[in-house]
Design a protein around this ligand. Structure first.
Ligand SMILES: NC(=O)c1ccc[n+]([C@@H]2O[C@H](COP(=O)([O-])OP(=O)(O)OC[C@H]3O[C@@H](n4cnc5c(N)ncnc54)[C@H](O)[C@@H]3O)[C@@H](O)[C@H]2O)c1
Length: 293
């Protein structure tokens, strides 16, 4: 099957040819024949599923795709050794992710007595994976959240920054083995094995951090507009700090912020602005943290 996607350009049209998307190893077969013979399936062929399927097509002989919209064949999925569930999980009315599509797929796999590993790539709500593992006790469920960027889905899936995975150790190892092409996997690209709940919160926290940073930038931009300040100049003051590129403020057990300058300078900006929603929230978050500690 050929997928149309500008990001992929012509690179993925000819499987098993050297490919500039891969930092290394493009077009190679896995040295362990046993692994390259694994039958894989991808369920849900949207942005994520397309990237997963087309990348695996490049390295593995049998990669079947299935989508509820009519593409692919469900029977083939049932004959796979490992299936990747990439179905949509939209926001529901109460704000939680609606994981009913994932549940629907797991229910069908369970009812068919599927014996392969079910890798959930969809983003799921907190606690969903443990609940599903309990509910479908005949399935081997692994959670492996995806961090690709929609605009460059193939490039990001092929060259991830980390592999996050949770589930039974033997199943996690089998899944991780499939990603042998990733440059420096286990070294500069860490394999982060953890509990289901940690992988779920980790995935969400990654996006929440982006949300907070973007909102922070927007809030500073608002302050700049109020005072006719050039926002590029203002942000360049922040960009130049060595802590911006470090993990210094992203490590747990930091406690609340304090010291001579951060609290009073933040306050000054709050009281100088018309609508400092995020900074006020940061101040409140800090008050609660200091009380807690
Ligand atoms: N798009 C991204 O950049 C991105 C990045 C990381 C994670 N994710 C997560 O990955 C998941 C998939 O995202 P997407 O952007 O590929 O979604 P999408 O809407 O582009 O594609 C989802 C596909 O799943 C299919 N589908 C829905 N229910 C199904 C079912 N029961 N059986 C088979 N197929 C079914 C739909 O027909 C659709 O083709 C979501 O949970 C999303 O939050 C997305």
């Amino acid at each position: 099957m050929r997928f149309i996607n500008d990001d992929r350009k012509s690179i993925f049209r000819k499987p098993r040819r050297p490919c500039p998307f891969f930092r290394r190893g493009g077009g190679k077969k896995h040295p362990l024949t046993q692994v390259s013979k694994q039958k894989l399936a991808v369920i849900g062929l949207g942005s994520v599923g397309k990237a997963v399927k087309h990348t695996f097509d490049f390295f593995y002989d049998t990669v079947d795709g299935y989508d509820i919209d009519g593409r692919g064949n469900w029977e083939n999925v049932l004959h796979s050794d490992i299936s990747f569930i990439c179905v949509s999980t939209p926001e529901s009315e109460d704000g939680h992710l609606d994981c009913s599509n994932v549940d629907n797929v797991l229910c069908r796999l369970s009812a068919s007595g599927y014996s392969g590993i079910c890798v959930i790539k969809s983003t799921v709500s907190v606690g969903f994976t443990d609940a599903s593992t309990k509910k479908y006790s005949n399935l081997r469920i692994v959670y492996m959240p995806e961090f690709l960027r929609e605009k460059s889905n193939f490039t990001w899936f092929v060259n991830p920054d980390r592999l996050v995975i949770s589930g039974e150790i033997a199943d996690m190892d089998k899944v991780i083995e499939l990603f042998w092409w990733v440059d420096d996997v286990g070294e500069s690209v860490p394999i982060l094995k953890m509990k289901n709940i940690e992988a779920e919160i980790g995935k969400l926290a990654h996006n929440a951090r982006i949300a907070v940073l973007v909102s922070f930038t927007n809030e500073i931009e608002s302050a700049c507009m109020e005072y006719e300040a050039d926002s590029d100049n203002v942000m360049s003051v922040i960009h130049a700090d060595r802590r911006v590129n470090s993990k210094e403020h992203l490590k747990p057990k930091l406690g609340g912020y304090g010291g001579k300058c951060v609290p009073k300078d933040t306050k000054e900006l709050i009281v100088s602005m018309k609508n400092p929603i995020l900074l006020t929230a940061a101040e409140e978050r800090n008050r609660i943290t200091l009380e807690r500690d």
